[in-house]
Design a protein around this ligand. Structure first.
Ligand SMILES: Cc1cc2nc3c(=O)[nH]c(=O)nc-3n(C[C@H](O)[C@H](O)[C@H](O)COP(=O)(O)O)c2cc1C
Length: 381
């Protein structure tokens, strides 16, 4: 029995490796076009976004996550060969997990993983099921985002809810770009962000945790991206988002609200604007029939409250086969949402690149037409 599947994508293939308390976590990205300007710093910047500045809001395990790129880049450009990048795990304290070896933590993968791999899986820190594996998602997303930049596609994720505190205001794109990473909860409205922080700290004080919602938007996608029937744009995005640990719901546009609407309310009508066809509303969230519609892609994910809580919970002792209780010790995020924001952004960017490559919207090798235009380089330069 192997611990798989560990790869995603058909043309932009991302393989993720490593465990929470193993030596490292990282990704191999196969299929990135040659000729993309890429530096370790591009990936580092993305990884740094996983660490909210307010230490009270996240696990006491604060890995620096300094990236090392082992292959696939030469003289500042991708070569077309697999890109392998990793970070070393430095702050491993496995003793924290001795108590849970035979006591599966409620809300974690401990019990089903132990049954499936008959005890051979590395359970320390959640092993392969840890949020730490999302370092690989962010590495892949950083490469994907660099590529999307060249083609003018922008992907932005931000927090819209923590517990019962919700972001209601419609903010401008500039506000989202400027404010999201200016606070520790990654919410683009500073006042709402403050309330969200308080909500997390309150739950933490009570030995508990909270969940929330992350929204992600993508602009400037060409019309027709997606490979129906089984690799529809929304299906592929939903799949990768559900691969992010703790994600419990994914919806596009108005999502579940569509079930309560009439067709006349839910349909997005068309109109002409400066000789271009435009959608006059975006209830569908930018996807129709599994293809991008030309409207911005809008997807939201529901993130559950962190399972590891210091409140006492019921479990069983597998060594004695009797009822037991557990208070989860160790270093845990009282809310996963702030760290999940860059992970959601990375996941959407990764799927978009795979789909754009499959649809022939991005060439396999970037010529001067693509990067030259982006960097203002003329062919004769
Ligand atoms: C970035 C990130 C960080 C996470 N940190 C924690 C954590 O500190 N404690 C915890 O109990 N779960 C954490 N999780 C979630 C667990 O890994 C996840 O809930 C668990 O593996 C069970 O999987 P499921 O919730 O998808 O069913 C994190 C998830 C992500 C994406």
């Amino acid at each position: 029995m192997s611990l798989g599947a560990n790869s995603i994508g058909k043309e932009f293939v991302v393989t993720c490796f490593g465990e929470s308390h193993g030596r490292c976590v990282g990704a191999v990205i196969d299929g990135c076009p040659a000729g993309l300007p890429l530096a370790e710093e591009d990936i580092q910047k993305a990884l740094d976004k996983r660490l909210p500045p307010n230490r009270e809001l996240v696990s006491a395990r604060r890995e620096k996550d300094t990236v090392e790129v082992l292959s696939g880049i030469y003289e500042g450009f991708t070569t077309g060969a697999p890109i392998c990048a990793l970070v070393w795990n430095k702050q491993v304290v496995s003793g924290d997990y001795d108590s849970i070896k035979y006591k599966p933590r409620p809300g974690h993968a401990d019990y089903p993983a132990r049954m499936k791999y008959v005890g051979f899986n590395d359970y320390r820190g959640g092993g392969r099921f840890s949020g730490r594996i999302t370092v690989a998602f962010v590495i892949a997303g950083a490469v994907a985002k660099k590529l999307l930049d060249v083609f003018g596609v922008e992907v932005l994720a931000y927090t819209t809810a923590i517990g019962d505190v919700e972001l209601h205001a419609t903010l401008s794109l500039d506000e989202v770009r400027e404010n999201t990473y200016a606070n520790s909860v990654r919410c683009p409205d500073p006042d709402v962000a403050e309330e969200m922080e308080e909500t997390i700290l309150r739950a933490k004080k009570e030995g508990d945790s909270v969940g929330g919602i992350v929204e992600c938007v993508a602009f400037n996608l060409p019309v027709g991206v997606g490979e129906p029937i089984f690799d529809s744009l929304d299906a592929d995005i939903a799949k990768m988002l559900f691969d992010v640990p703790a994600v419990k719901g994914v919806e596009f546009g108005v999502g579940f609200e569509a079930a309560k609407m009439r067709g006349s309310e839910n349909n997005d009508p068309y109109g002409m604007c400066d000789d271009e066809i435009e959608l006059l509303s975006n209830n569908a969230g930018g996807v129709l029939g599994g293809l991008s519609s030309g409207a911005p892609l809008v997807v939201r994910v529901a993130v559950k409250p962190t399972s590891s809580i210091s409140k006492e919970q019921k479990t069983v002792d597998l060594s004695k086969m009797e009822d037991a209780t557990i208070q989860v010790q160790g270093r845990h995020d009282p809310c996963i949402v702030p760290k999940a924001v860059p992970v959601v952004e990375a996941s959407v960017a990764t799927v978009l690149v795979d789909q754009l490559l499959r649809g022939g919207f991005i060439p396999k090798v970037l010529g001067v037409e693509a990067i030259g235009e982006y960097y203002g380089v003329k062919e004769e330069d």
